[in-house]
Design a protein around this ligand. Structure first.
Ligand SMILES: [Zn+2]
Length: 382
């Protein structure tokens, strides 16, 4: 009987682990589909993602963090590329995303002409306010401003001619008040409901560049959202002594807009947050994780390592100091104790069209889940 019980417990835990990873993969696969168009600035991608996340959190039984809506709406400016996106150099049509990127603050252009070479990597057309820069690798971003020139980065091996001809048709639309929303939910605490642990991750990515090319953003940050949703599902049926708050931030890639807005307009007092765990790039982990703010909160960092060693989870947890590189930043600046952790090793795709769901291993998804649950347990026990 005992043997059978052990066996069934083992089976249950193995099954739930497999389910957790399958769940995580399903979330990443969903959020990286063309329907969400890179969760950015065209084809309503970011809004569709916010609606999807609200529906998920509601279906697990979480309540909105305040009032009756999961959405905390706000606006900010964004330069977008909704339509035409063609570039022909010396008669050769280049593929958007793979062969070239329009730098995010570029104005649109519809012109043809001749390029003048400045040096080994730079070509310009003064008349058309166009610059072509040759690069080894292409990484895109998003911009809240628009310049009065167009800069196009072209992969070096694609063009190595000296001054040649160009034919460019690139459409931009500068949106002064782009509408975005943070998705905020909670599981009420059983003993100290006014004390909070927060788990956060940004759900936006770069969106699309033209009508045919989008950036899926699997590791950045569908992976972090998959982990957050998995934790939300768990906490919904396992309420804790403290309330557990969840925020899926919008506008991270364009300059931490969602978390900046939230910290200026918090839905529960920031002082009530015992600790905040932000995750961004959670899809690998062959070389462990790095914890930003580890040096600011040495006791909590020690605790995290203790748990990791005892449970044999990640290969290593590396310590890093302050950094303004994700959504924990504005919370830290306002005195909220916070860690930002990201996985290391594995795939190299970053801010490019190759950050796709099918290439993302999620090999430490289950270990990260356990680490967060145990870490929070210990924080609340104190
Ligand atoms: Zn990110």
């Amino acid at each position: 009987m005992k043997y059978l019980l052990c066996l069934s417990l083992l089976f249950t835990s193995t099954l739930s682990q497999a389910q957790d990873i399958a769940f995580g993969k399903a979330i990443v696969d969903t959020l990286t589909k063309p329907y969400f168009w890179g969760r950015g600035y065209t084809k309503d991608g970011m809004k569709k993602a916010a609606d999807f996340l609200s529906a998920q959190l509601s279906s697990y039984g979480l309540k909105p963090l305040s009032n009756d809506s999961y959405l905390q709406s706000f606006t900010y400016p964004a330069n977008t590329f909704p339509g035409a996106m063609t570039l022909i150099i010396d008669g050769k049509a280049l593929t958007p995303g793979r062969d070239f990127l329009v730098t995010p603050n570029s104005k649109g252009i519809n012109a043809k002409g001749t390029l003048r070479q400045l040096d080994s990597a730079q070509f310009i057309s003064e008349k058309n306010k166009l610059a072509i820069i040759l690069k080894d690798t292409l990484n895109w971003s998003a911009a809240p401003v628009v310049a009065d020139y167009t800069v196009i980065e072209v992969r070096k091996r694609v063009v190595h001619n000296t001054a040649g001809t160009f034919d460019a048709n690139i459409e931009n639309e500068f949106v002064k008040k782009f509408k975005a929303a943070n998705v905020c939910a909670m599981v009420k605490g059983t003993r100290q409901p006014d004390s909070f642990i927060f788990i956060t991750a940004h759900y936006d990515h770069l969106g699309g560049m033209g009508s045919d090319t989008y950036f899926p953003g699997a590791n950045d940050n569908a992976s972090g959202i998959a982990l957050l949703l998995n934790l939300a599902r768990y906490y919904a049926v396992n309420p804790q002594p403290y309330s557990i708050g969840f925020i899926c931030f919008a506008g991270e890639e364009i300059g931490l807009k969602g978390s900046e807005y939230y910290t200026k307009n918090p839905l529960v007092p920031l002082k009530r947050i015992r600790f905040l765990l932000n995750t961004d790039l959670a899809g690998t982990g062959h070389d462990g994780i790095t914890v930003v703010n580890a040096k600011e909160y040495p006791n909590e960092f020690r605790l995290m390592n203790e748990i990791n060693d005892a449970e044999h989870l990640l290969p290593v947890i590396k310590s890093r100091g302050k950094a303004a590189n994700s959504d924990h930043y504005y919370f830290s600046e306002k005195g909220v104790p916070a860690f930002f952790f990201y996985t290391m090793g594995g795939i190299a795709a970053y801010h490019d069209i190759n950050d796709r769901g099918e290439t993302l291993p999620l090999n430490e998804h289950e270990d990260l889940f356990k680490l967060v649950v145990k870490f929070n347990e210990r924080l609340m026990a104190k």
